[in-house]
Design a protein around this ligand. Structure first.
Ligand code: ATP
Length: 506
């Protein structure tokens, strides 16, 4: 690139010199004036200096693996500023990684013992939980180069291109050793090889395996892969010597949520009324990325409200904005549709209240994102285990909206699309993964095209139908409460958990 710019800048400057030199009016004796020569030379030199400066600037762009066929690495820092202090929570993962960091920092000590650096670490878990952040903190803590690549960058149509990019990536890591290579979405290249012979993908994966095996004890390189789908990865990639250290990075519990919120509000002026612990309790089940987003949205809202500090109100608005979506200010909802939405949301809230499913923070029929209305729940505790009864109750709450519509209007609408999909997904998990159906303690795999065993289909239907029957009966028995909740919703559009408690005084 640099050579090309220099060539064109030289050519351009040379052309301009000729033009300037010939374009000036000639003096009477038709000889070129010395001033013409001096001026043209200055302009040319000036332009040359300018272009060479431009050239230097292109070199400062965050370096990628160079060359046409090579992987373009999104982020790469030579002196990484991110350290473990920037990663809140995840103490057990940090502890595990301390050893790897020590390996990089004091490699001689380990080499003397003939120990090989544990080069393959795999982070797995849901999106936005800090996998990339943690990998970059490993580089920061060990003063190594951080080389980022995404699995999808290696997926190419042409055979051999992906493999050559892998080679270049490792070449670069070796040149810049000590270094940490981070391959995000590694499942894009590392998913199980199957019968539909995709030779480009296989070659890329094979090259990755070869490179990982090819590390010698002198190469101070750690490779960290990240995936949301550990189950998709080829067993060859997971065997000892390759990605043999698996670390689960999940959604943060309440303690970690407090720490993450503290990290992301560290440099923000907060109103003394803001209670980080309360916000953490109300954001059960969200990822670190969501929390970072909530803190940022709250700051933006405070600026919009011309405030000098970020208040409680901004945080609560930010939570709704991030979790449910943007409020549609000018949505015109027909009166009849508004009534249906009010009964639908009242149905969810009522069934949730009767079954004591979770704490209800707010019910609203103000459209937000794609939702015409919503019930905002929170949880006082982080739960890891759920009983069959609790899961069935969850499904009942999901079906509460549809049941209310059917009971009141005698027909159903498309409004329950999302609820039905979630309810069916949970019922499928109960049958296929948790052994909580009439099929007993069995686990069922879903076919390649998503098809299910007919016996599984039958059990899912049994769970959904049973839950729906229960939901309808709850709504039927508590119809007066349903009427009162929807009346309040139609009057005020939004009611709080406290107001709901006052209505449902059973
Ligand atoms: P994906 O699987 O989608 O690639 P990820 O797990 O790699 O996601 P990151 O990109 O590391 O997630 O996290 C996104 C952002 O969320 C971070 O830049 C950071 O702002 C915030 N974040 C997530 N987890 C934490 C944490 N434990 N501490 C501080 N910030 C966090």
């Amino acid at each position: 690139m640099k050579k090309r710019i220099t060539f064109w800048s030289l050519l351009f400057s040379f052309g301009l010199t000729i033009t300037l030199f010939t374009a000036f009016p000639q003096s009477s004796n038709s000889a070129k004036s010395p001033w013409q020569l001096v001026l043209s030379t200055f302009v040319t030199l000036g332009l040359l200096v300018y272009y060479l400066k431009l050239d230097n600037k292109t070199e400062l762009v965050p370096a990628t693996v160079k060359g046409k066929n090579q992987a373009s690495n999104k982020k790469e820092e030579t002196s990484n500023a991110v350290t473990f202090k920037d990663v809140a929570g995840l103490d057990e993962v940090k502890e595990e990684l301390e050893e790897v960091i020590d390996f990089i920092k004091n490699s001689e000590k380990y080499k003397r013992m003939g120990a090989k650096i544990p080069n393959g670490i795999l982070f797995h878990g849901p999106p936005g939980t800090g996998k990339t952040l943690m990998a970059s903190a490993v580089a920061g803590e060990s003063n190594s180069h951080f080389i980022y690549a995404s699995g999808s960058e290696f997926v190419e149509k042409y055979v051999g291109v992906g493999a050559s990019r892998i080679r270049d990536l490792f070449e670069k890591a070796k040149k810049n050793s000590p270094s940490v290579i981070f391959i995000d979405e590694i499942d894009a290249i590392g998913s199980t090889r199957n019968m539909d012979n995709n030779s480009e993908k296989d070659q890329t994966l094979n090259q990755l395996l070869v490179e990982m095996d090819g590390f010698n004890t002198n190469a101070n390189i750690v490779i960290i892969g990240a995936t949301n789908r550990l189950d998709l990865l080829d067993p060859a990639l997971l065997r000892p010597g390759r990605f043999d250290r698996h670390m689960f990075i999940g959604n943060p519990n309440v303690k970690a949520r407090i720490e993450i919120l503290r990290v992301h509000t560290k440099n923000k002026p907060l109103d003394p009324a803001v209670d980080i612990e309360e916000i953490a309790r109300k954001t059960h089940g969200v990822s670190g990325a969501h929390l970072a987003n909530i803190a940022n949205e709250a700051a933006i809202l405070a600026v919009r409200n011309n405030k000098s500090t970020i208040g409680r109100e901004e945080f609560y608005q930010a939570i709704e904005r991030v979790l449910v979506g943007l409020q549609s200010k000018n949505a015109t909802v027909m009166e009849r549709e508004k009534r249906i939405v009010a009964y639908h949301e009242a149905g969810h809230a009522l069934v949730g209240k009767v079954l004591k499913n979770s704490l209800i923070e707010k019910i609203s029929i103000v459209p937000r994102g794609q939702a015409m209305g919503y019930v905002l729940n929170s949880s006082d505790e982080d739960r890891y285990l759920h009983t069959r009864e609790e899961l069935r109750n969850k499904i009942c709450v999901m079906l509460g909206g549809r049941a209310a519509e059917e009971q009141i209007f005698g027909e159903v609408t498309t409004g329950a699309k999302d609820d039905l999909s979630k309810a069916n997904e949970l019922a499928q998990q109960m049958v296929c993964e948790f052994g909580m159906s009439g099929l007993g303690n069995r686990v069922y795999k879903i076919g390649h095209n998503g098809e299910l065993h007919p016996a599984v289909e039958k059990e899912i239907k049994k769970i959904i139908d049973g839950c729906y029957e229960n939901t309808v009966s709850i709504i039927d028995k508590n119809r007066t409460y349903l009427e009162r909740i929807s009346f309040e919703l139609l009057q005020k559009e939004t009611i709080t958990g406290q107001e709901l408690d006052n209505i449902c005084n059973f």
